[in-house]
Design a protein around this ligand. Structure first.
Ligand code: SF4
Ligand code: SF4
Length: 260
């Protein structure tokens, strides 16, 4: 014998039954008198919280050398298998100039890719990085029209050169090892580094600013650990200037229109 169904909620009275079809509009009606919460994105962008985990960034030391040593620890730590790294010897970075370095120490990250179709922004990779080369910026605009465009290359996440930095490759600061770099004791390019770049790349765009730092005419560069929103446009513009071929596949239609 089955038990008759008894609803737990009290049944409506005649008036409740009458108004039931329009009761749902009560929420809509009440919302008309509340402040609007709509955001005019992407025309007006709200900065995320300072510790928001967005696009990754590969950082530099103050003399312009890259912090990444190509150790692959970030790739091994990634639960989504989103990172691909290929290391190489610094001695082979510039043919015929074994003294040139891309990063302090023996190795540097020759290939560095992050697949943003896989990344879940957990931050385990930045915890694993032994040199603090890898951090996460506030950039949350990571959409694009193609799958291939969502695989960011090293040049897409490498921190831009701050004012006064000397573009790599060049020798390490005189009399230092990677330990001095890790300890933060290298705070600016040296005269020997500037001379080396002047000899091997006399047209390098960073030479004059770095020479001014060495001469004491300009303050030492300040490496950025994170590119926050106010600097984002500058960083993107620099990447765009260097790698225009990446733009069509990566940026949204709105961004391409805004930059046209
Ligand atoms: S944030 Fe997480 S998922 Fe994304 S690359 Fe780093 S470890 Fe992998
Ligand atoms: S980002 Fe850090 S952990 Fe990853 S390869 Fe470079 S140095 Fe190693």
């Amino acid at each position: 014998m089955t038990t008759p169904y008894e609803p737990l909620r009290p049944t409506k009275g005649p008036l409740g039954e009458l108004l039931a079809p329009v009761a749902g509009f009560g929420v809509t009606f009440a919302s008309m008198f509340r402040p609007a919460v709509t955001e005019e994105y992407p025309r007006r962008k709200t900065p995320p919280q300072a510790r928001y985990h967005g696009r990754h960034q590969l950082n530099r030391y103050a003399d312009g050398l890259e912090k990444c040593i190509g150790c692959e620890l970030c790739a091994w730590a990634c639960p989504a298998d989103a990172i691909y790294v290929e290391g190489a010897d610094n001695a082979d970075a510039v043919e015929g100039a074994p003294e040139a370095h891309m990063s302090p120490g023996e190795r540097y990250g020759r290939v560095y890719q992050i697949n943003y179709l896989r990344c879940i922004f957990c931050g385990l990779c930045i915890e694993a990085c032994p040199t603090r080369a890898l951090t996460m910026s506030n950039d949350y605009e990571l959409a694009g029209p193609t799958r291939a465009g969502m695989i960011y290359e090293k040049q897409d996440i490498l921190a831009p050169l701050a004012q006064g930095m000397l573009a790599a490759p060049h020798p390490m600061a005189d009399g230092t090892t990677d330990t001095e770099y890790y300890r933060g004791e290298v705070t600016a390019p040296t005269a020997a580094q500037v001379d080396w770049v002047r000899e091997h790349r006399p047209d390098d765009a960073t030479l004059d600013d770095a020479a001014a730092v060495v001469a004491g005419d300009a303050p030492p560069p300040v490496p950025a650990q994170h590119e926050l929103r106010p600097d984002q446009d500058r960083a993107e513009a620099e990447r765009a200037a260097a790698h225009e071929s990446n733009l069509d596949g990566r940026w949204t239609v709105h961004e391409q229109e805004a930059r046209a």
